[in-house]
Ligand binder design. Structure first.
Ligand code: SF4
Ligand code: SF4
Ligand code: FES
Length: 287
């Protein structure tokens, strides 16, 4: 008989956000409290399916009694906390975060939400000059995905997805220091020589296009990536009995990439190589 576990209801605590009191379950983060209050708090490294990484500081808020700004995505809310989610100090800090990033990396393919927040904070990408923009060559080492670290904001989502939060393969991690730090395989060997098992989970969580499915990269390179002409068909993976939901992104009646919904209880957006890349059998090779 399958044991059914029912968690006891959590105690709720009150937190004040921008002058309004909200009630959230004990253990919630300040980001949860801000969201409950309807505050618009940006995030970059945070993703709801990953353990908070706490690397970007886009989500900082002001907490009464705290000398420094506090990352909302990882700070656990305490009863009676008084939070300012968008004070002058917070706005200046967020603007600097985005301006430093835009000075160092290519954000042209960043998620629409990042673009929206940059417009909101009137970000000047030229503020710190362009002299230290990264100019890495795109790493194309197989037919499945590419790595373009010119676009990498070092959010570490890919490392978390490859490691303890999903894949437990630990094929990639941070290498180097300061402005030369990057994400790399062990000893920077090529992907096919590394521990990578090609699940593509790192690609699925990358917010900037630094990691990109090769199919998308090729279509973008030939100026033929047309999201407006694509539709998404949801189905269940046919390779085994686990029941992973697949989202087939289709353009011109051909699959151009496969993702899985982040709110799907089986996958939380993560797949294995078969579901992610094993769709070639449903369509002939292009001429
Ligand atoms: S494809 Fe999977 S195993 Fe390979 S680096 Fe990405 S997350 Fe790790
Ligand atoms: S490759 Fe993408 S997911 Fe990984 S650290 Fe860089 S921006 Fe983040
Ligand atoms: S989103 Fe909170 S530190 Fe990055």
């Amino acid at each position: 008989m399958i044991e059914q576990r029912i968690s006891p209801p959590k105690t709720r605590i009150d937190v004040t956000v921008d002058g309004s009191t909200v009630s959230v379950p004990e253990g919630s983060t300040l980001l949860d409290a801000c969201n409950a209050a309807g505050a618009d708090v940006p995030t970059l490294c945070y993703l709801e399916t990953l353990t908070p990484i706490n690397s970007c500081r886009a989500c900082v808020v002001e907490v009464e009694g705290s000398r420094t700004l506090v990352p909302a995505c990882s700070r656990v809310a305490e009863p009676g906390m008084d939070v300012q989610s968008d004070s002058d100090r917070v706005q200046r800090a967020r603007k600097s975060v985005y301006e430093l990033l835009a000075s160092a990396v290519d954000l042209s393919l960043a998620e629409p939400e990042t673009v929206r927040q940059m417009e909101r904070y009137d970000v000047d990408p030229e503020r710190f000059g362009e002299g230290w923009h990264r100019t890495d060559e795109v790493k194309i080492q197989d037919d499945l995905y590419i790595r373009d670290y010119d676009k990498c904001i070092m959010c570490f989502r890919c490392v978390a997805a490859c490691g303890p939060d999903a894949q437990n393969t630990f094929a990639i991690d941070t290498a180097g220091r300061g402005l030369n730090s990057t994400i790399a395989t062990e000893f920077d060997v090529s992907l096919p020589e590394s521990a990578c098992v090609y699940c593509g989970n790192c690609v699925a969580v990358c917010p900037t296009g630094a990691l990109m499915f090769k199919t998308e990269y090729d279509l973008r390179t030939s100026d033929d990536w047309r999201p407006d002409d694509q539709h998404v068909a949801t189905t269940v993976c046919s390779f085994c009995g686990v029941g992973c939901n697949l989202e087939l992104h289709v353009q011109d009646n051909r699959i151009v990439k496969v993702t899985s919904p982040m709110d799907h209880s089986v996958t939380e957006g993560h797949l294995c190589i078969k579901g992610r890349f094993g769709w070639g059998y449903v369509q002939p090779e292009p001429d």
